[in-house]
Structures are given as structure tokens and as C-alpha cells.
Design a protein around this ligand. Structure first.
Ligand code: GLN
Length: 496
């Protein structure tokens, strides 16, 4: 295989070349570097590249390990020792992570090589990556459009073959929605399945790290590396993780899939709707039984999410005070002036909006009316899912109501932006698992834009949604489509 063709491989295929010694980890990394040098200026998926460290690790990588010698891109909210961890915020512009997050320790133990930190919405707040204080990331399918967010850099890197696979985080949809908008696979694990130690916290009761990959099998391979207990995170389940590849390829005949009636709303793009309808029929033809279910509190999810997530964010982000981390305003006249100016200058508009909202809903007099009530409705949302899962094995829905929107289209209207997570954030509130995978394309003008299908499973049932996703993926061709504008670009640039 020519070096220029290597970056297009998925993790599983790269692994078999590495294990047969047809390619060395160094050659794989080198091929990726060349591709990034050629294509990254069109996409802007990365905030930093840790090429030297990565090369050192490639020299000694053991290809017999589960992810031996495989470079993985990391969202810039996850600590990698010695590398920048900026959360795409001015306030952490010069911050270097002093230690590895547990997910990074585990990835390294599995032989993977962290390669580069990816762009994101500042502190993971957003659905388009436009809230990055550094730069825009472009959707590889149409560079006038957003890649989704907040893990937009990770998603775009995987879609554009600028990464073999990536880690993102998902607080309300930030792995699944960008996966849907860029045509890749994204898995949000059950809350507590993957350690949060070393992630910069946004909303601690909702955040989870997970894979963005080119295939369902790759998502299972990354889960095998990162899932499991962690003494450094007491919210982690104290239960060993299974082998997530074990159920791949097993029949799905007789499994029951629920279609939530509240999710087929008006306002959902007709092309998205027809792709998801077709996917439902495809599952039927694979022997799954389709059942109508109801999630009665669906309408409340966005409001509840934006109370709980902002409340937790206002507390978590209090630590950025210019004393201990990152940016510090110059010439402060007093301590309060120092805090005020550091935060005014260091945080972007959306982060400030969330801190103000979160502080408000927690303040005395409003706490009961907003925060406490939101916690109660959160419990009702949890019960909705529990009742649905008493009848079905998994739920099926669109991941996002619309395909990738245009850069700038929603930035002036935060509420429009918040609605991007209408199908995903209830899963975070309920603490369950969800996966997005490609299920078709929308034709909008000249643009061919990926559509994502969401499969949602009960807590700790990642195996099942991976099994369902794999059956669907293997019986369709959607995952074989590549972003057209980038085809051949690497080869040309390498030759030039
Ligand atoms: N878009 C949602 C928000 O802005 C979700 C973000 C996320 O999952 N990190 O909060």
C-alpha cells in the first residue's frame, strides 16, 4: 500500500497491516503527518500536534497490543501529559497538562499513540465548534458548513482522514451530533462507564468521553481500551468492561427496537426523516421487531439540560480565576478586579452566558424554582427511558434534526443552536448510552451531507447498540462514502 493511502484506513485495517509488519507504526504516523500537512489547512481540525512525542512512542510501539501503534486524535478538553490542553479557550491558552487523563493512560497501555489535540467549542459548550476562541473547523463534506460540536475537530479529523480515530466528549450530544454531521461513528458511553479523571469538567453529572471512528468495529476497539473502573473517579462503575467486539456480527433477529413517537417531530428535515424511516425498514428486514414507544417528557429535556448543565458549569468554571491556571489579566488594581478582568477577558460569550445562567438558577430564591425542579424532571426523564427499555432493547431515532448547517447560520440565536441536541441530551440526563452512525445523505444544493442515525441503549448496554449498529453498517454502504472534495488531495500534495 502506498503511504499516501494509509490515512484512509480505519483502525482495524491499519492494525492488521501493522501486525503483519507490512507497515511500521512510524510509517503510519509519518503518512498521517503528510496528510495532515496537506489537508489540515482546508479543515482546521487540530489545535496542536504532538508530533515529537508521537514519533518517540511510534519507535517503541508494540503492535501486538490491542491498539499497538495506532495514532488517535484527542479532543482538547482531555489532558495529555506535556501537551497543551486549552479547551479552545483564551483562559487556558498557555496551559500544558501536567498529567494524563485516565482515558489517555488506558489508550497508551493499549499501545495507542495520542496524536494532536482537536478543536472544539470553548469548554465543550456548543453544537458547531464556532464557539472555539481559536478558529473555525470546517465540515469536510462542504467547507461552508459546520462539523457539528462540540467535538467538531475530532469528528472532522476522522471524516477527512486526518485521524484514524479520535476521542471526544459528550455532555448533551457532543460526540453523537458531530459524528452525524460529518458521517462518522460516535459513541457516548453510559455515565460512569468511562473515567472522567483528567477531563476538564463542564457538567460533571453529564460528561462522558467516547470514540469517534470510521467504523462501528473501531468504536468497539477504542471502548475496549478506555472503559472500566478507575480509582481516581468515584462515579465510575466498579465493574470490569466486557469485550465490546464480542457481539459484533451476531444476528439481531428478534431484537426489539423502539421508535419514540415524540422524536418524529415537525421541523425535522424531510430528508433526515426519510433516511431514518428507511433505516427502520432496514432493521426490520434484518429481523428486528419495531415497536412504537413513548418518552412523554421529551419536550422538557432541553430546558432541564440547560438548567443542570449551566449550574454545574458555573461551579466547575469557578476555578479559572487567573491565580492557578492559564490567562491572567495584567495590572489588576485589587483582587476582585483581578478575578473580574481575568474572567471577562479570558472567557468567550457563550461560556459567560452559561456561567451567568448557571449562577442564576443556583442562587437563593431561584434554586427551588429552577435547579431543584429540573432535578425532579430529570428523574421523570430517566423513568421514561426505564419504561421504554422494559419493552425494547434499544431506541432508534435521528441523531440531529438537520444535516450540517452553514457557518454563521445559527450563531446569532443561541436557542436555535441549543435545539441541535434535541434528540441527544435526554440520553445524558438519563445517564444511558447512545451511538450515531451514518444512514444516508441529504442533497442540499450542490452539497451532499451525511445523515446520522441514533441508537440508544439502557445503562451499560453498549455491547447491544454496537451489535445493532454493526449489523446495520454491514448491510448498507453508507460508511463507504468519502467526502468528495478531499478525494485524491493527499496524493496530489504528496506528489507535488
Ligand atoms: N451542545 C450542547 C451544549 O452546548 C452539548 C455540548 C456537549 O455535549 N459538550 O451544551
Amino acid at each position: 500500500m502506498k503511504p499516501a493511502d494509509l490515512p484512509a484506513l480505519n483502525i482495524a485495517d491499519l492494525q492488521s497491516l501493522l501486525r503483519r509488519r507490512e507497515v511500521s507504526p512510524r510509517e503510519a504516523l509519518e503518512a498521517l503527518r503528510v496528510r495532515v500537512a496537506a489537508i489540515e489547512p482546508q479543515i482546521d481540525a487540530y489545535l496542536s500536534l504532538d508530533t515529537e512525542d508521537a514519533l518517540k512512542q511510534a519507535e517503541t510501539a508494540d503492535v501486538r497490543l490491542p491498539l499497538g501503534g495506532v495514532p488517535i486524535a484527542i479532543k482538547d478538553v482531555i489532558s495529555v501529559a506535556g501537551q497543551p490542553c486549552t479547551c479552545a479557550s483564551r483562559i487556558l491558552r498557555n496551559y500544558i497538562a501536567p498529567y494524563d487523563a485516565t482515558v489517555i493512560t488506558k489508550l497508551k497501555a493499549a499501545g495507542a499513540i495520542p496524536f494532536g489535540k482537536t478543536n472544539m467549542d470553548e469548554f465543550a459548550m456548543g453544537s458547531s465548534t464556532e464557539n472555539s476562541s481559536v478558529k473555525l473547523t470546517r465540515n469536510p463534506w462542504d467547507r461552508t458548513r459546520v462539523p457539528g460540536g462540540s467535538s467538531g475537530g475530532s469528528a472532522a479529523a476522522v471524516a477527512a482522514d486526518l485521524a484514524f480515530g479520535a476521542l471526544g466528549t459528550d455532555t448533551g450530544g457532543s460526540i453523537r451530533q458531530p459524528a452525524a454531521l460529518t458521517g462518522v461513528v460516535g459513541l457516548k458511553p453510559t455515565y460512569g462507564r468511562v473515567s472522567r479523571f483528567g477531563l476538564v469538567a463542564f457538567a460533571s453529572s453529564l460528561d462522558q468521553a467516547g470514540p469517534l471512528t470510521k467504523s462501528v468495529r473501531d468504536a468497539a476497539l477504542i471502548m475496549n481500551a478506555i472503559a472500566g473502573p478507575d480509582p481516581c473517579d468515584s462515579t465510575c462503575f466498579d465493574r470490569a468492561a466486557p469485550d465490546y467486539t464480542a457481539a459484533l456480527g451476531k444476528e439481531i433477529r428478534g431484537m426489539r427496537l423502539g421508535v419514540p413517537k415524540e422524536y418524529m417531530l415537525e421541523g425535522i428535515d424531510p430528508q433526515v426523516k426519510s433516511a431514518v424511516d428507511a433505516a427502520v425498514r432496514q432493521f426490520e428486514s434484518l429481523g428486528a421487531e419495531i415497536v412504537d414507544v413513548s418518552l412523554p417528557h421529551t419536550d422538557d429535556a432541553i430546558a432541564v439540560y440547560y438548567i443542570i448543565a449551566t449550574a454545574e458549569a458555573s461551579a466547575n468554571l469557578a476555578r479559572f480565576d487567573g491565580v492557578r491556571y492559564g490567562y491572567r489579566a495584567a495590572d489588576a488594581k485589587s483582587m476582585l478586579d483581578h478575578y473580574g478582568r481575568t474572567r471577562a477577558e479570558g472567557f468567550g460569550a457563550e461560556v459567560k452566558r452559561r456561567i451567568i445562567l448557571g449562577t442564576y438558577v443556583l442562587s437563593s430564591g431561584y434554586y427551588d424554582a429552577y435547579y431543584l425542579r429540573a432535578q425532579k424532571v430529570r428523574e421523570l426523564i430517566r423513568q421514561d427511558f426505564a419504561q421504554a427499555f422494559a419493552k425494547v432493547d434499544a431506541l432508534i431515532s435521528p441523531t440531529s434534526p438537520v444535516p450540517a448547517f452553514r457557518i454563521g447560520e445559527r450563531t446569532s440565536d443561541p436557542l436555535q443552536m441549543y435545539l441541535a441536541d434535541i434528540f441527544t441530551n435526554a440520553g445524558n440526563l438519563a445517564g444511558i448510552c447512545g451511538l450515531s452512525l451514518p444512514c444516508g445523505f441529504a442533497q442540499i444544493g450542490d452539497a451532499k451531507l451525511p445523515i446520522g442515525l441514533q441508537l440508544v441503549g439502557p445503562a451499560l448496554d453498549e455491547e447491544r447498540i454496537l451489535q445493532l449498529a454493526y449489523a446495520y453498517e454491514q448491510s448498507t454502504e453508507w460508511h463507504k462514502h468519502r467526502p468528495p472534495s478531499l478525494l485524491g488531495a493527499a496524493t496530489e500534495s504528496v506528489a507535488a
